[in-house]
Design a protein around this ligand. Structure first.
Ligand SMILES: C[S@@+](CC[C@H](N)C(=O)[O-])C[C@H]1O[C@@H](n2cnc3c(N)ncnc32)[C@H](O)[C@@H]1O
Length: 286
C-alpha cells in the first residue's frame, strides 16, 4: 500500500500541524512548504516550532517591551561617525583589506552548515561590504537583507542574480528603523569596531529584528591572552577605529545581558597573522 503523503501546515497564529495532501486545506491554514511521511513532517515541525506561544501573544509581549532610549553624547556620536568614515575612505580607496580575507566567509559557511536547515531563512546582515558573506548565504537559497554605510558596486550584481531575495540599504545599522522580522542576524566583523556606548542600541536593534528564538551570528576578534578576563582594546586607522578583542567570558556576559543565550563559540584562524576570530552563535531568549 502506498504511504500517505502529508504536508506541514501553518495558521495565522504561527501554529503548525500536518495535513493529508489528498484532502483540501481547512480555512485559515496554508502549506508551509514541507511534504513527506507523517514522521518526516512531525520531525520538521519539531525543528521549526520550538516556541509554541501563539503569534498574537508574542506580538503582545513585544509591544510591552519598552523601546530603549539610549542617550549617546555628542562626543560619542562624533567618534562613532569618525569610525564610519574610515570604512567609507577605505572602500573608496580600494583599501578594504578585510574583503579579501577568506576567514570571514569560512565562518558564515560553518554557521549555515551547522545551524540551519531548509526551508530557506530570512537573513539580515549588518555590514554587507562587498556582498561576499551575503552571496554565501544567497547561494544556499536563503533571502538576505542587509545594510552598510557605503554602497558597493557588487550589490547591483547580486540584485540582478538573486532578484527579490536580496535587498541592500545604505546607512548606519544603529539607526535602522524597518520592522520586518528575521530568522537570523549576521554580524561578520562589525560590532568589535563599535564604541562600547553603542553596544546597547546595537543589541537592542538585533533583538528587535529577530523572530522569537532567532539566531544571532557574531564574528569578533578573539583575545589570545588566556590569563586575562577582559580582552584588550586597540585603535587603528589613525586612532579612529576601535578594535576590541573579546574573551569568551565577556561575550557570554554581553549576550546574556541583552537577552540572548550563547550556544556555541568556534575559533577560526585569520590566516594572515597568528590571531584568531571567535565565531559566536547565540539565540534570542524569547
Ligand atoms: C569586516 S567588514 C565585513 C564585510 C562583509 N560582511 C564581508 O564579510 O566581507 C565590516 C563591514 O561593516 C560595515 N559597517 C561598519 N559600521 C557599520 C554601521 N554602523 N552600520 C552598517 N555597516 C557598518 C563596514 O562598512 C564593513 O563593510
Amino acid at each position: 500500500m502506498e504511504e500517505t503523503l502529508y504536508s506541514v501546515v501553518v495558521n495565522s497564529e504561527k501554529q503548525y500541524s500536518i495535513w493529508n495532501t489528498d484532502k483540501s486545506l481547512p480555512i485559515g491554514w496554508e502549506e508551509e512548504g514541507t511534504k513527506g511521511t507523517k514522521e518526516d513532517c512531525l520531525e520538521h515541525i519539531k525543528t521549526i516550532w520550538s516556541d509554541i506561544r501563539p503569534k498574537s501573544l508574542m506580538d503582545y509581549i513585544e509591544r510591552q517591551i519598552p523601546k530603549k532610549k539610549v542617550v549617546i553624547t555628542q562626543d560619542q556620536k562624533d567618534k562613532h561617525l569618525e569610525a564610519i568614515d574610515t570604512y567609507k575612505k577605505r572602500y573608496s580607496a580600494g583599501l578594504d583589506t578585510w574583503s579579501g580575507m577568506d576567514y570571514l566567509k569560512k565562518g558564515i559557511q560553518i554557521f549555515f552548515n551547522d545551524y540551519t536547515s531548509l526551508p530557506s531563512k530570512d537573513v539580515f546582515e549588518i555590514g554587507i561590504g562587498t556582498g561576499r558573506s551575503s552571496e554565501t548565504v544567497l547561494e544556499l537559497g536563503h533571502s538576505l537583507t542587509g545594510i552598510d554605510v557605503i554602497e558597493n558596486d557588487n550589490w547591483s550584481i547580486l540584485k540582478e542574480k538573486y532578484g527579490e531575495k536580496f535587498h541592500a540599504f545604505v546607512g548606519d545599522f544603529t539607526e535602522y528603523t524597518r520592522s520586518k522580522k528575521y530568522d537570523i542576524v549576521l554580524d561578520n566583523g562589525c560590532l568589535h569596531h563599535f564604541e562600547p556606548e553603542y553596544y546597547e542600541i546595537t543589541f537592542h536593534q538585533i533583538h528587535h529584528l529577530l523572530k522569537s528564538k532567532g539566531w544571532f551570528y557574531l564574528a569578533v576578534f578573539k583575545e589570545d591572552d588566556t590569563s586575562v578576563e577582559e580582552g584588550r582594546v586597540e585603535y587603528i586607522d589613525g586612532g579612529k577605529r576601535r578594535c576590541k578583542y573579546f574573551t569568551k567570558k565577556e561575550i557570554a556576559a554581553l549576550f546574556d545581558h541583552y537577552g540572548f543565550t550563547l550556544k556555541d563559540t568556534q575559533e577560526v584562524s585569520r590566516s594572515y597573522d597568528s590571531l584568531m576570530t571567535m565565531l559566536c552563535i547565540a539565540q534570542k531568549q524569547s
